[in-house]
Design a protein around this ligand. Sequence first.
Ligand code: 4HQ
Length: 240
Amino acid sequence: MRFDVLTLFPDLFAPFVEQGVMGRAVQQGKLVVRLTNIRDHARGAHRVTDDRPYGGGSGMVMKAGPIVRALSGVERISDRCRVVLLTPQGRLFNQDLAWELADLDQLILVCGRYEGVDERVLEGSVDQEISIGDYVLSGGEAAALVVMDAVGRLVPGVLGSEDSNRDDSFEDGLLEHPHYTRPRVFEGREVPEVLLSGDHERIRVWRRVQALKRTLDRRPDLLERARLTEEDKKILSDLA
Ligand code: 4HQ
């Protein structure tokens, strides 16, 4: 899978792309990340990328020209390609959308700064707007990193055998059970006995109960769309 990021701050991406799961996947060639500096497509001696809003008001707006020219400069490696603008007005990003995007061959992520981008970029050059949540960022870069991280790890071969998507939070729409590792006692707090029992069936049931409890307690909204088994439904009715 290839990610192309259009940004005024390409240097923000290097440490993220070079380290951890993403770094390994890039080295193995399973992910390709290409950065385009929008300023390289701005015109004039001053390479201006923003201007004052028509109609007045505070703040600046990103000019359409540099972004659209930057997009034209991005090689399309496949028809399975999508141009995404990160904006609070977009579809709320979640694990279902991450799976959908992971099915593409190429994702082109456009990062805005200032008050936003000229609306005509959206009309003519953007396939989808995505928001990572209901808060205001200073730019789309942090949002693009979130999307690349969540999507990249779903690409086959990106996660090693030590990690697995299957067990993760949200893969069945529930929060995860608690995790413990050594030591057995830390600051007087013990690891739940069941986890030391070696009884794999008891451990499986305990973890499922914990996951359901936590979801009910902290994110009951998730239960509406969770993939629940008959056993899960029984556990939930016992909890209620
Ligand atoms: N932005 N999810 C970029 C966001 C945002 C979000 C605000 C996008 C500023 C220029 N992006 N503009 N939330 O807060 O994606």
